[in-house]
Ligand binder design. Structure first.
Ligand code: TRP
Length: 448
């Protein structure tokens, strides 16, 4: 089965070496696995909660987008987009807001920390707290639930938010799912063996400690930052203890085992710190040099970046648009036209009389069609080697799982486990296509 991984990056800063080793590099590696479908996005609506400087928001979005692409994210495989290019996300946020308990949000760490600080300072508990900060977890739940993510790689500070997304999703399923799981319930994943890099002073590398090494500064900036790494005062020739030197920890995050063993031996043998820093510079420059060039080339072509991100948003919306339509239906925001049909008994009839018809091709393969109540074809399946495989697919389509429907060129396909299993005919326009998707959902809805 394909695992859907999703994570967001808040666009308020410039990525540094610690972000690279701790989040970007592992995410890109994970996105390459064949059984993974990854959704990575710039959480720029979340950025607005923390930052009211438009220039900084804009610069950070550009830098983060260029960083991920320069580091090798393959946007043909992964879906890479800006949160603010998906209007379905704020719309879903509202649907979720309406089922989120206020008490749940009162318990969110970020909000509680602000309240505690205010109380300590003798201020009004909610001084300076915006609704954006308060509702932060609901927006994040919408990010995750919109795409039915299974796994959400995050830092420890975000685990609570992913758990809230589960809670909210579960509540929505219970209220509106009529027995089926509208939303997949996500799980937070904490990468235990991913490097947490020490900064220049040995504390965790973090913008708030001002101890970072820039990721894509010039070679000179890299060299200057490395020169500022704090070491002990052992003189050249004196043996150094690799295990107590954070310079060694930094080296370790990028070295092969052979390089690391050689570096350790040299330090024990009295390598001067100046030389050791030169070794680290070489190692980082080798790892990042090419990506740095790609990064600067991308930053100079913002219009191309815009195109790449808009294409990513279009790809994401192929899932989001039909799914949000389904959710609107579920809560009762339905077309009046269909309600009239429903009153005439149209809905029940459609449910009963849609049918699967299987047949055999001349080459011996098996296929099926799904016909709607009026006998019009909704789906033609792919070719299956045997009748059993085809039968299993029809069974799963009727099992009430959330349907993975992808729209392309006024036609849609139904996907299971990362592969298209059936295709609709081409419709005259998008509206006809969306209406056919409605009929498909009715035909496949569990019957009561
Ligand atoms: N709140 C996350 C952070 O600050 C960023 C984020 C927004 C996110 N939406 C998300 C992470 C959805 C994972 C999934 O790190």
């Amino acid at each position: 089965m394909t695992t859907r991984i999703l994570t967001g990056i808040t666009t308020t800063g410039t990525p540094h070496l610690g972000n690279y080793a701790g989040a970007i590099r592992p995410a890109i590696v994970a996105s390459r696995a064949s059984d993974v479908d990854s959704f990575y996005f710039l959480a720029d609506y979340h950025a607005l909660i923390k930052c009211d400087d438009p220039a900084r928001i804009q610069r950070s979005r550009l830098e983060i987008a260029a960083t991920w692409l320069a580091c090798g994210l393959d946007t043909d495989k992964a879906t890479f987009y800006r949160q603010s290019d998906i209007p379905e996300i704020p719309e879903l946020t509202w649907l979720l807001t309406c089922v989120s308990a206020k008490g749940l949000l009162n318990r969110a760490h970020a909000y509680k920390a602000s309240v505690d600080k205010n109380v300590e300072a003798g201020e009004d508990p909610d001084a300076g707290v915006t609704m954006g900060l308060y509702s932060y977890p609901v927006l994040m739940a919408a990010d995750i639930l919109m795409f039915n993510a299974h796994k959400v790689p995050v830092g420890r500070d975000q685990i609570q938010h992913v758990e809230m997304a589960r809670d909210i999703g579960q509540r929505f399923n219970h209220l509106f799912g009529a027995g089926r799981e509208l939303f997949t319930l996500p799980e937070a994943v904490i990468e235990e063996d991913v490097a947490t890099l020490p900064g220049l002073d040995g504390r965790k590398m973090s913008k708030s400690y001002d101890n970072t090494i820039p990721l894509f500064g010039s070679a000179k900036q890299l060299k200057d930052a490395i020169a500022r790494i704090v070491t002990d005062s052992r003189a050249p020739g004196e043996p150094k203890d690799p295990d107590s030197a954070h310079l060694f920890t930094l080296y370790q995050a990028f070295a092969t085992p052979e390089q690391l063993a050689a570096f350790r031996a040299e330090l024990l043998d009295g390598l001067a710190w100046g030389e050791a820093k030169q070794r680290l510079f070489q190692l980082l420059d080798n790892e990042l040099g090419e990506a740095r060039e790609r990064y600067h080339a991308l930053i100079e072509r913002p219009a191309d970046l815009e195109d790449i991100l808009l294409a990513g948003a279009a790809k994401a919306r192929k899932t989001a648009t039909p799914f949000l339509n389904e959710l609107r239906e579920a809560v009762g925001l339905r077309s009046f036209r269909r309600a009239v049909q429903g009153n005439e008994g149209g809905k029940k009839k459609a449910t009963k009389s849609a049918r699967f018809v299987s047949f055999r091709e001349d080459d011996g393969s098996f296929r099926f069609r799904l016909l709607d109540a009026a006998g019009e074809q909704l789906l033609l399946s792919s070719a299956f080697a045997d009748g059993k495989a085809a039968g299993q697919v029809t069974k799963r389509l009727q099992a009430g799982e959330t349907l993975d429907i992808r729209v392309d060129d006024n036609a849609f396909a139904v996907w299971l486990d990362g592969a298209a299993v059936a295709q609709s005919p081409a419709f005259a326009d998008l509206q006809a296509c969306e209406q056919a998707i409605e009929r498909l959902r009715e035909a496949l809805a569990p019957q009561d």
